[in-house]
Design a protein around this ligand. Sequence first.
Ligand code: XUL
Ligand code: CO
Length: 438
Amino acid sequence: MSYFTNVNEIAYEGGSSKNPLAFKYYNPTEVVAGKTMEEHLRFAISYWHTFTADGTDMFGRGTAIRGWDHLSGLDLAKARVEASFEFYEKIGAPFFCFHDVDIAPQGDTLQETNKNLDIIVAMIKEYMKTSKTKLLWNTANMFSDPRFTHGAGTSSNAAVYAYAGAQIKKGLEVGKELGAQNYVFWGGREGYETLLNTDMGLELDNLARLYQMAIDYAKEIGFDAQFLIEPKPKEPTKHQYDFDAATTLAFLHKYGLKDHFKLNLEANHATLAGHTFEHELRVARINGVLGSLDANQGDVLLGWDTDEFPHDLYTSTLTMYEVLKNDGLGKGGINFDAKVRRGSFEPEDLFYAHISGMDAYAKGLKVAAKMIEDNVFENILAERYASFKEGIGETIVSGKATLHTLEEYALQNKPFNNKSGRLELIRATLNQYILGDL
Ligand code: XUL
Ligand code: CO
């Protein structure tokens, strides 16, 4: 049975193609900076947005027309698995990602939920035997069910905390069974609405304990995935503990967890935190924890997590610059944590959306690689920080300077020689690279 009968395998046709069902820039086998595009970009399809979501929003029911609409329960879950592998094959996705509740229906008890999961995981495993598509990461949804109203790993209720632990345990087993490369923690409800009823110290200690238990259990069962934490400042909670990359790093340092985690950074979460995506990547990169990306895009006129497919070439270029400077994402990849707009309800829209996101990142990769080849930013930085290569600057960088040394230098009253930052010129140069003129 086919769920996407109007679509064949998406081929690369180049920038002049007018075929909407073709890649214009993403050419998986094309070599850029020593690796194929497929190896650099490691694209992943989000199961929840692409196969589970139906366009429901706060103000209205679902709009999506899908070939599995008429089904329910395990039959629906099975149809989605079938449809998902057809989609991966046609779009040429090397990876996919899911939450436990995306793939299988929840039962009345944990036993029943786990039984449903086992049935679907076995089916996915069967499909993976003949598919080229691998599991980038899985995760446990510990935010949708009403039991998590006060949090999961930071819940005020120990029974809920225990349930979350059981869910993570199963998630790690599922990840191992399907050969997941990473395991993600996104703490949707790990935060607070008000400090008036919140023991922040206990909640954070408990969260760290849960992470440590996950590390221990993964070791026990021989699951060697990379653990990832996905920061987000707010939504659904007013304040989320894993606010941004820097806050999450401080948490990992405090609890001695840094060696076990990297970060899964999401573009729209960065903007919610008041940062650019490249800021979050830079913070992670210089601290050695750049793990994986949830590539999407917000809307500047809306203040919430709209999870749009990415099409902004400035962001994709500067993102790929950070990724290339990081020497790649290791076990991580670029997951489209993005959904088609509610008005884009036809099955073909899923293809147009992914093509546009994959092309935006492929173009970003090519522009960033060319800029690195030409040492554009490297030359800017070398010139801007040249004063740290000699004289007093060299003394500072070598760690030999004291306040005495600095005062001694300052008392010589030499000219400061500040130079222009040339921001406008740099932006114009970036435009030239994006437009392909350089
Ligand atoms: C929510 C979000 C999640 C995580 C996985 O904003 O990004 O979908 O990526 O739980
Ligand atoms: Co995400």
